[in-house]
Design a protein around this ligand. Structure first.
Ligand code: ATP
Length: 490
């Protein structure tokens, strides 16, 4: 079969060339770490989001979905701890004035060491970094950078400032009379969607008559003023999260934490991500709200990185909102506790959260799908193609309908098929160019099925269906096309 290679720089330009992802405001030279999704990208993103939404809210009868606003009362972020704690340790190079996230700087150095065969040093430095981060030992982190002579990529010097904390939230002014220096009118662009769920806990629980354990799911934009934003859509300043907060009885959190970690990994595999490209990574340093946390990591083209976070958030958030809002946020559990033979009664629920970045998942899917293939034809000459092998159930366009010629009644038959199929799934119609060229374009866009209408169709009502991944073709009845595609995409 075809000889495959996978190249990240090529993937980025492919995403642009085929309407998947554009740099934001590109005509003004772009805005760093902000991206726009084009006609195919927006549809793929929607399909991934819908798949997540359906598996959370439709496939679990105890999970419901909401859509909270991006703007929230500023006290939300004081209560959640983001005003005081949502920061990363940073270091500046005094010669280039370039700012780095300390963990990224050290990880980059460790990767370089690994690449040149210094495996032990690479491992040791990461272990030391984790220990220092866990202790918030900033002087120690600076020492580690200096001892290893880690240099700035721009100035190539080791002339570093001290390590400092830098808050990642964006803020803006609210209301017509607001001014930039008026602290009272300052609102934040949410850095995570989760808080919209916590502040609506009682609204949803009461109006939905939800019984613990139950979950609230949400997808939406989040904003972080990331310092080092790189690796394409992996780390953006404006991105989208898909989060689910699962409310549980105190004391059961480890059981649910293990359940959701396994469940989420299985879900990623159901999206076509091979199990060997996914792994769990336990956090050494826990966030201020968590009693257990792990990442589901994916092996991106640039290494193993976080795709999704699973966090046991205790009752921290609900308790904080109760304290800051002065409103009681509790649940009355009338199930009988076997130990006391009495109802569990009133308590603040604990929370296990699953939080995945939609853009990171998009990058996962597209980097797995991208392949440059070469093979020898029967006459001994070489042929090649670039193909996006996106799983059919989430591919932006499912079926391309291609009349072989622009005449002889073939377009009419093709358009009839298009009318029959387009309310059930996304179709694309094209009559320009030679058929081979059209197939290649559909491969590059990732359309899993092409149907060609030719003169034989007029005689026996059959069409040629071509499968993207194998490039094989077969003749099927025109009347079976819709049913066959429906089977393949469900
Ligand atoms: P990282 O360590 O990579 O900064 P994080 O631990 O801060 O991520 P969480 O706060 O747990 O991330 O957010 C949950 C998910 O949201 C992440 O697993 C990731 O998929 C996504 N995410 C977080 N920050 C970004 C970003 N800047 N750009 C794109 N996706 C992001």
């Amino acid at each position: 079969m075809a000889n495959e290679t996978n190249n990240f720089a090529e993937l980025i330009s492919h995403c642009k060339e085929y309407g998947y992802i554009f740099q934001s405001s590109e005509i003004y030279d772009g805005l760093a770490a902000v991206y726009d999704y084009g006609q195919n990208g927006a549809q793929l993103k929607k399909n991934i989001r819908d798949y997540w939404w359906k598996s959370m809210t439709q496939m679990h009868d105890n999970i419901v979905g909401i859509d909270a606003a991006i703007f929230m009362h500023p006290t939300t972020w004081k209560a959640s701890g983001h005003v005081d704690n949502f920061s990363d340790p940073m270091i500046d190079n005094k010669d280039s004035n370039k700012r780095y996230r300390v963990d990224h700087l050290i990880e980059g150095f460790a990767e370089e060491q690994l690449a040149i065969g210094n495996e032990q040093l690479s491992k040791d430095i990461l272990v030391s970094m984790d220990e220092l981060l866990a202790k918030d030992d900033y002087a120690g982190l600076k020492q580690l950078i200096e001892d290893n002579k880690i240099k700035c990529a721009i100035s190539k010097t080791c002339n570093w400032t001290d390590v400092r904390q830098f808050n990642l939230m964006f803020s803006t002014e609210f209301g017509a009379t607001a001014s930039a220096d008026d602290e009272n009118s300052k609102v934040y662009l949410r850095p995570e969607t989760a808080q919209g769920i916590f502040v609506n806990f009682l609204n949803v629980q009461k109006t939905g008559r939800m019984k613990i354990p139950f979950g609230i799911a949400q997808t939406g934009k989040a904003f972080r003023n990331e310092i080092v934003a790189r690796q394409f859509i992996f780390r953006m300043r404006e991105f989208e999260q898909m989060e689910m907060q699962f409310f549980i009885r105190p004391g059961t959190q480890m059981e649910w934490y293990n359940f959701w970690s396994a469940e989420r990994k299985k879900w990623h595999e159901s999206m076509g991500i091979p199990a060997e490209k996914l792994r769990f990574h336990d956090h050494v340093k826990l966030a201020h709200y968590a009693d257990a946390a792990m990442d589901i990591e994916f092996e991106f083209p640039f290494g193993w990185k976080e795709l999704e976070g699973i966090h046991s958030r205790t009752d921290f958030d609900l308790k904080q909102h109760q304290e800051y809002s002065k409103k009681k946020i509790q649940y009355f559990d009338n199930d009988i506790d076997a130990a006391t033979n009495k109802p569990y009664g009133n308590y603040t629920p604990f929370v296990v959260e699953t939080s995945v970045g939609l853009d990171r998942l998009f990058l996962t899917i597209i980097s797995l799908a991208y392949a440059e293939e070469k093979w020898l034809k029967e006459d001994g000459t070489e042929d090649s193609r670039v193909v996006l092998k996106i799983p059919a159930k989430i591919a932006p366009t499912k079926l391309a309908i291609l009349p072989l010629l622009k005449k002889d009644g073939l377009p009419e038959i093709a358009k009839e098929l298009m009318d029959d199929c387009k309310s059930s799934f996304m179709c694309f119609y094209e009559e320009k160019d030679a058929i081979g060229k059209r197939y290649r374009r559909m491969d590059a866009i990732g359309t899993p099925f092409c149907v060609t209408i030719d003169h034989q169709t007029k005689e026996d009502n059959t069409v040629t269906i071509r499968y993207r991944d194998t490039m094989t073709q077969e003749r099927i009845a025109l009347s079976d096309v819709k049913k066959l595609i429906m089977e393949k995409i469900n």
